[in-house]
Structure formats: structure tokens, C-alpha cells
Write a protein that binds this ligand. Structure first.
Ligand code: GLA
Length: 755
């Protein structure tokens, strides 16, 4: 017994030590020392419970990556930590303690010493007994958990061991704690005053006026915050301050103030907007900075220009729909010479519809005219077995609306796709992600939930705008959002989708993992083959998008199950870490990319995103967003915008309407770029294009401007080549042997080299 006590003592000491490592004076790191167990028992919240038989776990990674593959349901995390009162010494404000627990997929309750202190991102301020009414709130998986308690809260045991216990519940897919910040600290000035410069977009008025609204929020429980607020705009290239403004702010606890500032700057020149609050007594400061967007895409000419895919695949007898994408001063008049029998073009909106019976290639000459002139271009129609001969371009509801998607939001998004002009640059799909499903009725027909009163009517509406529409399901009984999946109803579901008029299916693994927890390659393929079989029976071309996060190197067998695209990674987020780790790791799948078979590194995270009803402006800097679109174009990736299309800001629209950049993505050769050079500082990727030219992307991974050199022999080309900057759409003259380009922090350049 004594031995056992000593052992427990050593173990406890070890836990305390491992939970108390810190490199910040006023913070206890909580990123190690956690115990873990699947299941659910209220006793696990208490300090008295002995968890010595539990496993250990790293809270920074989901449990699927740590030996709990496919587990959905309840699981508990426990960590013992000594909360020292000396933490209070160095802060002026000592009224609150915060516990930061990264993110939790999908939902959580957090207990301190057996008492509930917060759930699903909301602090529970008054001391209350542990509750059993756990609300499994959807859409919280991506929210940083920060639980704040008053310093005098009796649930905190100062200078004693404290037990932090997390009861988590996973609905499907990835599960448990993950993220970056796990710590306990006093709430300091920086935590008390939140300067939010990033959750709204910059507005551009005219050709040089920039307007920005930002907020300052007092998070103090009791103290008044008074001090000076300085706003400065600084040119990034030379450090010159081009605007400065100062004012005094005096904030009562919990007050949020919004400020709008306007200044003039060249639209194409990068700059920083900096806001600094200096607290009047301590002179301590809180600063936030944001990069002011710079526009690279020139305005489309008033004369007609034809954009979009140059090749289009269709199966014999399937309904045909291709929208000629064109810009130019309206009204535009569309015509098509040599259209095969069975097709017709609407001269007013450029929509080609009908159906084709015979397999074969057809060359059609498209013409678009307006008062100022006309443009011509060839469209190759390939009637055969393969569809999606260029990567799909469109929009998907997930990254903005999450599970709060509705019929109304889909209609408004389709309207905005048209009215914003995105449709004129080749953007065509409007895809409903998870959250539309109800149950299967007694005849096995899937019923949409009350947010989608008339699916066929919705599809008709989207088609009437010249757009296509997509839907989402899972091969498992439940989708990742906990809605009804297609398990056992594959054939009926496919027939229903086709009868409504669906053009795209995202088929998401989610709870299928429960049916075969350690899937072998054949088991990974099985559900996808089954739905493929069902889809092929429908008289409709439905783009088949496999979503299983890259398991079993899906890119090596996605074509075998007839996928048109396949996700190669887990879910993307609007952070540089997520974007760069996904984007720059795609070279392993390059060889699999081909017309009709696309690697999918997940959807775009530009504009207003949020994964739920509340949206925020993307946390990516402008440079990072140029990297995103440049890299995804080079990767021949499906381009699915993930933002609220009704709130497209001028920068996002400019970013998404560069026809020369999009032409690289849509190049008919369908070859994904190869990573030619990789270091900690920069990368160079290049892809061959159909006309013999080559697109080259230069990516700066550092936080400073960087000159990136490219040796042309690494591109395996010799002699003189013409170089064109596709973002600015300017010729840069001839190059031979070597060239260099200046790149913005985390930014990118893209050139096309042609003989
Ligand atoms: C998974 C997918 C996401 C989205 C959600 C919906 O996480 O990877 O893209 O479809 O499910 O629940």
C-alpha cells in the first residue's frame, strides 16, 4: 500500500511538473501531461478519481492521429496542474484567470476540480455543480476554447494542485482536442483589450481611398480601460507613414467600440495598418496590425473577352449545360458556330443546352460581341465517358455557413455568383454541403429537412441562372455534422439527386469508419464503388467528389472508383499554418492529376468565412491569399469558393477574377505542377500547359519580402523565353538561364514562360 502511495506520489509530481513547464513568465503551459479515456462517467470530473490506468494523449492532435481511429462519441481528458498565486505578481490586472484549451471537435464541457466552468466555448461564471445536460452544440469544433474565471472564484485552488477535466463529444470524423494554445494565465492587458482588425474587410472607394472599420473590446470584468488609441498606415516597401490619427478612449467593462478610418494609398502598393492602445497609468501597450490588401488583377476590358474552360466533357444522352463565360461592356451577344446537332445556344446569356447522342470530339467556334467589338474562341466538346475535363470552379456552403445552410442562402449565393460577375470568369457550381438532410422515408427516399422545402425547385432556380448545383452525403449512416447519410440507401439517393437535377456530389467518409474501423485498401474503395455504381445508373452527369481526407493514398485509386476529384487532406482553415501545410505538401499526388481526375486540397478560405451562422473575414493576409489562389491554380485543384458571396469585398472579387491565373487552373492538359525547389524560405513549382508554355509559381514562406531566384535548367528548359506576369497581366520581356522575382511576405508570384 505504501509503495503504491509513493508511486502515486511520484506520478502526481511528474504530472504536475509536466503540466507546469512554461516559457512565459505568467503562463502555465497545458500542452503536455494529459491522460485520456474514451467513454463517459461523471466521476472522471473529480480530482479524487484515480486515472493512473488511463492512456496519455497529446492535446495538440486529434485522437484519430493517436491510436483512436474512427472513434466517435464521448471521451475524457484530465490534467493536474499547480496554479501558483505568483502568477498574479507581474500583471496590473489580477481579476481573472483564463484557461485556454485549443479547439475541441465537436463539443465539450470543462471542469475545474470537479465543478463545471464552461461548455462549448462559453464560460460559466458562477460556481455551479457539474451538470448532465450536455448540449452537443454543432459548429463549435473550430472555435478556440477560452474559459475565464474571476480570480476569487472558489473553483480555483490557488497554490494547490488543480484538476482540469475535459468531457468531449465527437459526432463523427476527427475527434477531440487539437490546436495550438493550451495554457493557464492571468488575463493581462492584451487579453483585456481585444483589438480586432481582421474580422471585417477593407473597402475601396474610387481608385485610392481605403476605408477600414475595426473594433476595440474591453474584456475586463470590473476595471475601466483608458488610454490613447493611435492609428497609422505605413507603406510596406519603404516604412513611410502615410496616415496617422490619435484619440483617447475610455472604456467601461465589456464595452465594444467600432472605429472607421479612411486614408489614401496606391491600390497596388502593399501597406500595413497599425493600431496601438497605450494604457494611461502603466503606459503598457497593445498593438494589432493588418496588411492592407493590394490589388493585382487589372480591370477586364470593355471589349468582349471569352473566359472559362476550353474543353468540356459530357456523356452521351446526359443533359448538357455549358455557360459561355465572357466579360465586356453589356449587352453581350453570344453565338456558336458548328454546334453539334442536339445543342443550342441562348444568344442572350450564352447558355448552351441540349444533349448529344454520339461519342466523339466536336470543335465549336464561340463568338461574343458587343458595341465595341467581338471575341472568338474554340470550345472542344468531348462526348465520352469522362466528365469534368477541367477542375470544377464554383462555391460550396461549408466554409461559410457550416450546418446553418438553407434554401434561402443557396438562392442568394447563386444570385450573387451571377450579379458579382464571377459567372463571367467561369465560376459555375453552387454546392450545398452538410446540413440539408432529414431522414429516409418508408420508401427509402431521402427527405430534405425543413430548411430545404423544395429541392427540385431549388435546382431549377440555380440552373435558370446558368449555374450548376451540388449536394453532399456520406457513405456512412451519419454525416460528419450528424445528419442522415446514404448507408444502405445509395441507389435511391443517387436516383433522387438525379431527379432533382443535381450536378455534383461530395461523398464524405465520416461515420463510415464505424462500420470498418481499420480499413484495408479494398474497404476504403468499397463505399465509393457502390455510390459510383448508383450514380452511373442515373441519366445525369454528376461530378463525383470523394471526401475521405486522403486515407489510403486515395490519389492512387480515386480514378479506379471513377472519382472526378478526391480530397487529399483534412479540413482546411483560414490560417497560414493550415494553408501552407496543406498546399506545399501536395507534390506526392502530382502524378495522379489528369483531365477528369483532380487532387483536391480542400476549398478556398478567402472572403467572409465562419463554418456556422457567424462569419469573420479570412485570417489570411493578402499575400497569403495570393499564395492560396496561385498554388491551387498550379495544383489544378477544384476551386470552390468558401465565403459568403453576398459580402464579396473588392479585394476578394479582384483575387477571384484574374482570367490569366484561372486559365492556368483550367488548362486542358490537366497536369498538376511539380515542386521544383523547396527550402524553409521559399518554393518554386511549375506546370506544363497545353500550348507548350509553362506556368511557374514562386512562393515566399518567410515573413519578410524575399527575392526568389529561379534557375531555368531546373525547369528543364533552355534558350530564350518570353515571360508574362499573369497576376498583373504584363509582359516582362525575354529571359534566359536565370531570373529573380521580388515576393511579398507569405506571398507569391506567377509567370507563364513561352517560346
Ligand atoms: C467534413 C468535410 C468538410 C465538410 C464537413 C461537413 O469535415 O471534410 O469539408 O463537408 O465534413 O460536416
Amino acid at each position: 500500500m505504501k509503495k503504491l502511495l509513493i508511486l502515486t506520489g511520484i506520478l502526481l509530481l511528474f504530472l504536475i511538473i509536466s503540466c507546469n513547464r512554461t516559457n512565459e513568465p505568467n503562463a502555465l503551459l497545458l500542452d503536455t501531461g494529459w491522460k485520456f479515456k474514451t467513454g463517459d462517467d461523471p466521476a472522471w470530473a473529480t480530482a479524487a478519481f484515480n486515472d493512473s490506468s488511463w492512456g496519455t494523449i497529446d492535446p495538440k492532435k486529434i485522437w484519430e492521429d493517436q491510436g483512436y481511429k474512427g472513434y466517435d462519441g464521448f471521451a475524457w481528458y484530465r490534467c493536474t496542474v499547480l496554479i501558483r498565486s505568483s502568477m498574479k505578481d507581474e500583471t496590473k490586472m489580477t481579476d481573472s484567470l483564463q484557461i485556454l484549451l485549443g479547439k475541441i471537435d465537436d463539443c465539450d464541457q470543462v471542469f475545474l476540480n470537479g465543478e463545471l466552468i464552461g461548455e462549448n466555448g462559453k464560460s460559466i461564471y458562477t460556481s455551479s455543480p457539474a451538470s448532465d445536460g450536455f448540449i452537443k452544440t454543432q459548429g463549435m469544433w473550430n472555435v478556440e476554447r477560452r474559459y475565464v474565471l474571476a480570480a476569487g472564484d472558489p473553483r480555483i485552488h490557488w497554490d494547490k494542485e488543480n484538476l482540469v477535466a475535459v468531457r468531449s463529444y465527437d459526432q463523427g470524423g476527427a475527434g477531440g482536442m487539437f490546436g495550438k494554445t493550451f495554457k493557464i494565465s492571468m488575463v493581462g492587458l492584451g487579453d483585456h483589450l481585444k483589438l480586432d482588425l481582421t474580422s471585417t474587410a477593407f473597402i475601396f472607394n474610387g481608385d485610392s481611398l481605403v476605408t477600414k472599420t475595426f473594433s476595440a473590446t474591453s474584456l475586463t470584468g470590473t476595471e475601466q480601460l483608458k488610454g490613447e488609441l493611435a492609428i497609422e498606415a505605413i507603406q510596406s516597401d519603404n516604412g513611410i507613414c502615410i496616415y496617422s490619427e490619435r484619440s483617447i478612449i475610455d472604456m467601461t467593462p465589456h464595452l465594444k467600440i467600432e472605429k472607421t478610418t479612411s486614408f489614401r494609398k496606391s491600390m497596388s502598393a502593399p501597406a500595413i495598418l497599425r493600431v496601438t492602445f497605450t494604457e494611461q497609468v502603466t503606459r503598457k501597450t497593445v498593438t494589432a496590425e493588418v496588411e492592407v490588401p493590394y490589388l493585382l488583377t487589372p480591370a477586364s476590358p470593355a471589349t468582349p473577352r471569352i473566359n472559362g474552360a476550353k474543353v468540356f466533357g459530357v456523356r452521351p444522352w446526359s443533359p448538357f449545360q455549358y455557360k459561355v463565360a465572357a466579360t465586356g461592356q453589356p449587352p453581350l451577344k453570344y453565338s456558336a458556330a458548328d454546334l453539334p446537332e442536339g445543342l443550342a445556344i441562348n444568344p442572350e446569356n450564352g447558355l448552351i443546352t441540349g444533349s448529344l447522342k454520339k461519342k466523339g470530339d466536336y470543335l465549336v467556334r464561340l463568338t461574343v460581341e458587343n458595341q465595341l467589338g467581338y471575341a472568338e474562341r474554340e470550345l472542344k466538346i468531348v462526348v465520352g465517358d469522362l466528365i469534368s475535363l477541367t477542375p470544377p470552379m464554383g462555391w460550396n456552403s461549408w466554409n461559410c455557413w457550416g450546418l446553418s445552410v438553407s434554401d434561402k442562402k443557396i438562392r442568394l449565393s447563386a444570385d450573387a455568383m451571377k450579379s458579382s460577375g464571377l459567372i463571367d470568369h467561369g465560376w459555375s457550381y453552387i454546392n450545398i454541403d452538410d446540413g440539408w438532410e432529414d431522414t429516409h422515408d418508408k420508401n427509402g427516399n431521402i427527405l430534405p429537412n425543413s430548411k430545404f422545402p423544395n429541392m427540385a425547385g431549388l435546382c431549377n432556380y440555380v440552373h435558370s441562372l446558368g449555374l450548376k448545383i451540388g449536394i453532399y452525403s456520406s457513405p456512412g449512416p451519419r454525416t460528419c455534422g450528424g445528419y442522415e447519410g446514404s448507408f444502405g440507401f445509395e441507389a435511391k439517393d443517387a436516383m433522387n439527386y438525379a431527379s432533382w437535377g443535381i450536378d455534383y456530389l461530395k461523398y464524405d467518409w465520416c461515420s463510415y469508419g464505424n462500420t470498418s474501423p481499420e480499413p484495408e485498401p479494398e474497404q476504403l474503395k468499397k463505399p465509393y464503388k457502390e455510390m459510383r455504381h448508383a450514380l452511373r445508373k442515373a441519366n445525369r452527369d454528376i461530378h463525383y467528389s470523394l471526401c475521405q481526407y486522403g486515407m489510403g493514398d486515395v490519389w492512387t485509386w480515386g480514378a479506379e472508383v471513377d472519382g472526378n476529384s478526391w480530397r487529399t487532406t483534412g479540413d482546411i482553415e483560414d490560417t497560414w499554418e493550415s494553408l501552407s501545410s496543406i498546399g506545399f505538401s501536395q507534390s506526392k499526388c502530382s502524378p495522379s492529376s489528369a483531365p477528369g481526375r483532380w487532387n483536391d486540397p480542400d476549398m478556398l478560405v478567402v472572403g467572409y468565412v465562419g463554418w456556422g451562422p457567424a462569419l469573420h473575414y479570412t485570417r489570411l493576409t493578402p499575400g497569403e491569399q495570393y499564395t492560396h489562389i496561385t498554388l491551387w491554380s498550379l495544383l489544378a485543384a477544384p476551386l470552390l469558393i468558401g465565403c459568403d458571396l453576398e459580402q464579396l469585398d473588392p479585394f476578394t472579387l479582384n483575387l477571384l477574377t484574374n482570367d490569366e491565373v484561372l486559365a492556368v487552373n483550367q488548362d486542358p492538359l490537366g497536369k498538376q505542377a511539380i515542386q521544383l525547389y523547396k527550402s524553409d524560405e521559399y518554393e518554386v513549382w511549375a506546370r506544363d500547359l497545353e500550348d507548350g508554355s509553362m506556368a511557374v509559381g514562386l512562393f515566399n514562406k518567410t515573413e519578410k519580402p524575399l527575392n526568389i531566384p529561379v534557375e531555368m535548367k531546373s525547369l528543364k528548359i533552355e534558350g530564350k523565353w518570353s515571360m508574362r506576369d499573369v497576376w498583373s497581366q504584363c509582359d516582362l520581356g525575354k529571359v534566359r538561364g536565370h531570373f529573380e522575382m521580388k515576393t511579398r511576405p507569405h506571398g507569391a508570384r506567377m509567370v507563364v514562360l513561352s517560346k
